[in-house]
Design a protein around this ligand. Structure first.
Ligand SMILES: Cc1ncc(COP(=O)(O)O)c(C=O)c1O
Length: 280
């Protein structure tokens, strides 16, 4: 949670359990380079290792991985699955024909594949990772200093605001995270993302009764190589304005939702249409 890293020991332990029970062990490796950077920082065994060496050690413990290349592929689009099992590969190829097309259709364009080939090397440059992780740490500190509670310590790729703590007047199933996300957009045109009960509540398929998620968070994910320090200050200024009106904020109700992954497409309406006095 919170973009926090997985240690090599944890990966070794899971790998060992999976092997013992003949369960294939797959990574979601979208943030693999950030994870390697934290391993280097936190684990004495890898203090002198390069990011490439740590990545090799990590991936050798898995049977395959799913990659969303927009993240640590430094790519604009696309992704892939890696495998070490020919049978699973054949099965996935058949499924792909149903949902996407023949592998020979190509998937990504040539220029995207070229960008990915370069992106994989650049993402492992320590200067890049150092700057990126430090941006997250800095933004987290600044948000805290203006009164927004965050998940600590900060990890990679995003700052997570604890919306449940920030807006205690809004019940989990009235989505405090979404209320805060709306306010970031209304105040500063900043797009952030609820990671709480709208995304992760457990909905009983028969009764429709919902059990809230364990945390009500908002993710401020940082685009790579885009934001300067003044962009971060703008986010903080917006947060400061929201802190001033936090007691006026109320929750939301879902009016339309899909069966799967409702947070991507659901419609919501505010529980109370209070007229907010927005600050200049
Ligand atoms: C670890 C991880 N995996 C997967 C995804 C989603 O990737 P996509 O949008 O390509 O489905 C994200 C998005 O932030 C992510 O952080």
């Amino acid at each position: 949670i919170g973009g926090l890293p997985v240690s090599i020991q944890n990966i070794r332990d899971v790998s060992e359990i999976c092997k013992r029970h003949h369960i294939p062990f797959f990574f979601d490796c979208a943030r693999f380079a950030e994870n390697c950077f934290f391993i280097k920082q936190n684990e004495p065994e890898f203090a002198e290792a390069t990011i490439q060496e740590i990545a090799k050690e990590m991936f050798e413990l898995s049977d395959g991985a799913m990659m969303s290349a927009k993240k640590d592929g430094l790519q604009n689009i696309g992704g892939f699955i890696t495998l070490n099992d020919g049978e699973v590969f054949e099965h996935l190829k058949e499924l792909m024909i149903i949902v996407e097309g023949f592998p020979t259709y190509g998937g990504l364009t040539g220029r995207d594949l070229d960008a990915l080939a370069v992106g994989f090397y650049e993402v492992m440059e320590e200067d890049y990772l150092d700057y990126r992780i430090d941006q997250i740490r800095y933004l987290g500190e600044r948000l805290k200093s203006v009164g927004m509670p965050i998940v600590e310590p900060t990890g990679g790729h995003a700052v997570f605001i604890d919306a449940g703590k920030f807006l205690p007047q809004i019940k989990p199933l009235e989505f405090p995270g979404h209320a805060l996300a709306v306010e970031f957009y209304r105040e500063g045109c900043i797009r952030v993302c609820e990671i709480g009960s709208m995304m992760f509540a457990d909905v009983d398929p028969e009764t429709g009764i919902e059990t809230p998620a364990t945390r009500e968070l908002v993710r401020l994910a940082m685009p790579r190589r885009v934001y300067t320090a003044s962009h971060l200050e703008y986010i903080v200024e917006t947060a400061e304005k929201i802190v001033k009106i936090k007691d006026q904020l109320s929750g939301y109700k879902i009016t339309k939702q899909s069966k799967l992954l409702r947070h991507f497409t659901c419609d919501l309406k505010p529980k109370a249409m209070k007229k907010l006095k927005l600050l200049k």
